[in-house]
Design a protein around this ligand. Structure first.
Ligand SMILES: Nc1nc2c(ncn2[C@@H]2O[C@H](COP(=O)(O)OP(=O)(O)OP(=O)(O)O)[C@@H](O)[C@H]2O)c(=O)[nH]1
Ligand SMILES: [Mg+2]
Length: 365
């Protein structure tokens, strides 16, 4: 059940904001009101995702592999068929909606990486408000590293509906986390640093918002550029997740060439895939790997052979220390490593622990 009291409160504050003209003298008050709304909306979300009817905290699927991808789409668009071909799994397929009622995991192997793929029940309008299996599905989506948005070949509107549901569940799709760093302190009040990087509000407004959201003492460093009030609130609320996504049009074997043209115009980024015939699947696997920003690092034992058959799968931007940690090297006396590959100027170069590695680099400790 939606908590009507909170909904009414939000309505009242919205009404108040509309009646106040926005200028220097009122921006502080309006900032606080916006923060109050965000806070109340957050409470609603917590109630929807956690508690409510049915109890439980959603599906408990242990993460495994190098990354986790979740298949999201309306009922019957072909999610389970896609999982089965990507991950050689056996999720039940049906010509009727809601064939899948729990989470079905599969493991996709690609370029030495093990990527966990989760097939979940179809999302429907109102999922974030608890309709269908929405609550459970959205809590799984929140923990994924990548969302595959599967839409029907005739349902362009589906993408928008699903994105709205995800937004309502505080899932930011294909958005960077705003670069705002909050360091909580024990005294000193709220201090905003580098406030000139804020786009549409002043330090005073920022302090008001922070206080409204329950912060008492903190140093808030605006690291990014042109940070908006909304982004600032998002970071301070600290329950937003930022997940990349790929949109794909399934059942492409059923498309008429004219329809393919329309899709290419309307959704130029979307990939055309047919899980039934296998068309477009290889390309999709490649895109998944790319979008997850995974790279392969090969290890070379001293005086040994390079382990080309067993790449370490790491996140883009990883440094030598990250690799050492992954393989359980004791860091204390490790000063660096020798590296061959794109990230160095000459083969076998000696680098420090902070050296950033690139795809297919070879590392020797
Ligand atoms: N022609 C064609 N049919 C497909 C394709 N992929 C799936 N289907 C059919 O679409 C129907 C639904 O497929 P599912 O994989 O069960 O769909 P789902 O999205 O998992 O459905 P729910 O679990 O109910 O949400 C089945 O009859 C499939 O055989 C495809 O690429 N081409
Ligand atoms: Mg299914």
């Amino acid at each position: 059940m939606v908590n009507q009291k909170i909904v009414d409160q939000i309505g009242k504050i919205r009404q108040e904001i509309i009646t106040i003209p926005y200028h220097k003298g009122t921006e502080h008050h309006i900032g606080r009101l916006r923060a109050r709304i965000a806070c109340l909306e957050d409470q609603l979300l917590q109630e929807r995702l956690r508690g409510g009817r049915g109890g439980g905290g959603g599906y408990a699927i242990p993460k495994s592999g190098d990354a986790t991808v979740v298949l999201v789409g309306f009922p019957s668009v072909g999610k389970s068929t896609l999982l089965n071909i990507l991950a050689k799994a056996q999720s039940k397929i049906g010509s009727y909606p809601f064939t899948t009622i729990g989470v079905v995991p599969g493991m996709m192997s690609y370029q030495g990486a093990k990527i966990q793929i989760l097939d979940v029940p179809g999302l429907i309008l109102g999922a974030a408000k608890g309709r269908g299996r929405g609550k459970e599905v959205l809590s799984v989506v929140r923990t994924a590293d990548l969302i595959i948005l599967l839409i029907d070949y005739k349902g362009f509107g589906q993408q928008e509906t699903i994105l709205k549901e995800l937004e309502d569940a505080a899932i930011k799709v294909n958005k960077e986390k705003p670069a705002v760093i909050v360091n909580k302190k024990s005294k000193g009040g709220i201090l905003i640093k580098n406030s000139q990087a804020m786009k549409d509000f002043s330090s005073r407004v920022a302090v008001g918002i922070a206080e409204e959201l329950g912060l008492k003492n903190a140093e808030i460093f605006i690291k990014g550029k042109n940070i908006t009030q909304e982004e600032f609130i998002d970071v301070l609320l600290d329950n937003r997740v930022y997940v990349p996504s790929i949109t794909i049009i399934g059942k492409s074997d059923l498309l008429h060439p004219d329809e393919v043209e329309i899709i290419k115009r309307k959704l130029p980024q979307a990939l055309l895939v047919s899980p039934r015939t296998g068309k477009g699947i290889d390309n999709l696997k490649k895109e998944i790997f790319k979008k997850l920003a995974l790279i392969r690092i090969f290890l070379k034992p001293k005086n040994g052979k390079i382990g080309f058959n067993e790449p370490l799968i790491m996140k883009e931007g990883v440094n030598v220390a990250g690799v050492a940690e992954k393989i359980g090297r004791v860091l204390t006396n490790q000063k660096g490593a020798r590296v061959w590959g794109k990230s160095v100027k000459y083969p076998g170069q000696l680098v420090g622990m902070n050296h950033i590695l690139e795809e297919e680099d070879i590392v020797s400790f």
